[in-house]
Design a protein around this ligand. Sequence first.
Ligand SMILES: Cc1cc2nc3c(=O)[nH]c(=O)nc-3n(C[C@H](O)[C@H](O)[C@H](O)COP(=O)(O)OP(=O)(O)OC[C@H]3O[C@@H](n4cnc5c(N)ncnc54)[C@H](O)[C@@H]3O)c2cc1C
Length: 427
Amino acid sequence: MALKKVTEYLILGNSAAGIAAAEEIRKGDRAGRITIVSDEKAGGYSRVMLPLYIAGKVSKAETVIAPKAFYTDRSIRLLQGETAVSLDPAARRVTCASGKVLVYDRLLIATGASAKVLKLRGKELPGIFCLRKIEDAEGIRKILRSCDAPAVIVGGGLVGIKSLEALLHLNRPVHLVISSDRILSQMLDRTASDFFLAAMQERGVRVHFHSDVKAFRGKEAVQAAVLADGTVLPCCMAIIGKGVVPNVGFLRGTGIRLDQGIVVDDHMATSCPGVWAAGDVAEPFDALLGKYAPSPLWPSAVEGGRIAGANMAGAAQVYPGALRMNSVELLGVRVVSAGAQEGDRILIRKNRAVYRKLVFVEERLNGYVLAGDIGCAGVLTSLVRNRTAVTPDTLEEGLERGFSYQPRFQMLGGHIEALQSQQRSAT
Ligand SMILES: Cc1cc2nc3c(=O)[nH]c(=O)nc-3n(C[C@H](O)[C@H](O)[C@H](O)COP(=O)(O)OP(=O)(O)OC[C@H]3O[C@@H](n4cnc5c(N)ncnc54)[C@H](O)[C@@H]3O)c2cc1C
C-alpha cells in the first residue's frame, strides 16, 4: 500500500502573520512538515510593543510572542537568520542568501514590510533610526542612555506617535515633524488630531506641521535636523516613521501578481498555485475602499495569517476583509477610528472633552472616529464590519441612549491573546 505523502509547508516570515498561520496549519494537519524561515536572529516578538520596550514599560522577554516551546510543541522547524532571495514557483522551490534551497508543497509569504527609506542627506549618521526591528529599539535605548539633547521624530503616523509617547514617558524633549496638517492623518481628522495636539503641547512637545526634514547634520553622530524652511533642530537622535513598503523585492519576475504588495483573493491565495500571502506584505480586497489595498496593522496580519494557514491545511475559509481599525492612547487621550473617513453623510458631535464622527454611505455606517469617550467603539466597529443597515438618526438615538460595550482589540490565537493582555496591562 502506497504511503500518504506528507505535505511540506514553508512559511517565509516569523511574525504576526507567519506565526498565526503556522498555528492554524498544525491544527488542520497533524502530520505535515512546517518550516518557518526568518531573516531575523531574534525569535517571534511583537513590533507593536517596541515603543513600550524603549520606554522601559516592558522587558525584552515580555515582547516575545512565540517562545521556543511554541515551535517545539507543534513540531515546527524554525530557520533563523536565513533570507529568502528567490522563488521558483514552477519547481516549488525557495533559495536563501546562504545558498540553502527549500522545497515546498504549500508556501506562505509573510515577509511583512520595511520602513520607507527617505533620500535625506546625512541619514546614515549614527543616531538616526527607523523603528521596525528589535535591534532598532536596542539602538534607541543605547543612545538614550548616553545623551540628553532633544529627539526629532519624523512622521505623525503610528510609529512616530508611539515613539513620541515612549520618549515623553522618559521625560525627553521632543520635536515632532509632520508633513500634513494633523497627527495620525491616515486615521484621524483635524478635530480628533487636535485632541492629541493639545495634550502634547501641554507636555512641551514642539510640533512642526506642514514640515519636512530635508537633511541631517553632524560629525560622528547626528547633531541636528534641518527642515525644508531652513529651521535647524538640534538633536542627538531622530526616529523616522514615514510609512512602510511591503517586502516583495525577491518576487519580481516570478509571475505572482504584485501591486504595492502581493494581491490575494478572499482565501489569501496569490495568483500562483500553491502560494498564499498574509500580513503587511499582502493586499486583500478592501470592500470599504473598493480596491485591493494593504492593511499594515497587527490584527489584520494575525487574521490574514490564520485564514491563510487554515486554507493551506485544506479548509475553505474566507477572509472577512481587513478593517482599518486602530485605537491609540496617548498622554491620557483615547482615540479609536475604523473604516473609511469619506461618505455621503457625516454626523459630528463635539464638545470640549468628546468628539464623535460617524460616516455613512447609503444608510450604512462606513467608518467612525471617537476621541475622549470611546465606550461605543465596539458597537460601531461591528456595524461597519457587518455592513449592517442603520439610519443615521437611529444610530444617533441609540448612542445618545447609551448602548455601548468596551471595544476588544481584535487579536486572535492563543499566544496572541497573551500578547493582548500584556499590551493592556502595559498601556
Ligand atoms: C513601532 C511599531 C509600532 C506599531 N504599532 C502598531 C499598533 O499599535 N497597532 C497595529 O495594529 N499595528 C502596529 N504596528 C504594525 C504591526 O507591527 C505590523 O502590522 C505587523 O508586525 C505585521 O506583521 P507581519 O507578520 O505581516 O510582518 P512583520 O511583522 O513585518 O514580519 C515579517 C518578518 O519577515 C521577515 N522577512 C522579511 N523578508 C524576508 C525574507 N526575504 N526572508 C526571510 N524573512 C524575511 C522580516 O524580517 C520579519 O521578521 C506597529 C509597527 C511598528 C514597527
